[in-house]
Design a protein around this ligand. Structure first.
Ligand SMILES: Cc1cc2nc3c(=O)[nH]c(=O)nc-3n(C[C@H](O)[C@H](O)[C@H](O)COP(=O)(O)O)c2cc1C
Length: 196
């Protein structure tokens, strides 16, 4: 039996819901699901970190956690996922030693070689996600990066964040409120991490 920690930050609940789906997959293991702020010990075999995409980056609470606890995390099997509203896979397989998994919403918008990208698309390619992750947390050896479409619900956001996301929706017809979580894809990624 492996001891697995799923540590997340979540403002409107999507990243938390994804953490709970991952936890349901790991039947044989001892799973702990906690907000990053509540993590004390890192006495686990594996750690899965969940964060919303905030302006292309992990939420500040997650970046802070990874920077502060990086040395302790280095010896563990480590994976990370973003819940986000958009992502454009450009390459398959691995990047920087990480297995990349994009959910069904995002696989449908895989970009071909030489595609002309808008600035929004450029800031939402898998390469951009990996670069922003590295800029935020350095060279932590993640086994895998999962990219899952989450939820946009203005009612669940702070006033300032709701205003910003309404503006993003206005300039980006592809970003629409709704709950887009695909449980089967989360389960598929969990299986790839071999936590069943
Ligand atoms: C402050 C803020 C900034 C965001 N920036 C982006 C962004 O740049 N790209 C994106 O795809 N989604 C962005 N989102 C949307 C969230 O990543 C998405 O709704 C996520 O599923 C929310 O997760 P949560 O419910 O766990 O908070 C942003 C949301 C907030 C609140």
């Amino acid at each position: 039996m492996k001891r697995i920690l799923i540590a997340y930050h979540s403002e409107s609940g999507a990243t938390k819901t994804i953490a709970e789906y991952i936890a349901q997959t790991a039947k044989e293991d001892q799973i702990t699901v906690l907000p990053v702020e509540k993590v004390e010990t890192l006495d686990y075999d594996s750690v899965i970190i969940g964060t919303p995409n905030w302006y292309g980056k992990p939420a500040p609470a997650v970046s802070r956690f990874l920077r502060a606890r990086g040395q302790e995390l280095k010896g563990l099997s480590l994976a990370i996922y973003f819940s986000c509203m958009d992502c454009y896979p450009t390459e398959e397989g691995e990047q920087q030693g990480m297995l990349i998994y994009a959910d069904g919403h995002f696989r449908k918008q895989t970009l071909g070689q030489g595609a002309k990208l808008s600035s929004w698309q450029k800031s939402h390619t898998v390469t951009s996600y990996v670069a922003n992750l590295r800029a935020a947390v350095g060279d932590l050896p993640f086994q895998s990066l999962g990219l899952f479409k989450g939820r946009l619900d203005f009612q669940r956001l702070s006033w300032g964040h709701a205003l910003m996301m309404r503006f993003i929706c206005l300039i980006n017809k592809g970003v629409r409120p709704g709950n887009y979580v695909l449980p089967e894809d989360i389960t598929a990624w969990s299986r790839m991490l071999r936590i069943e």
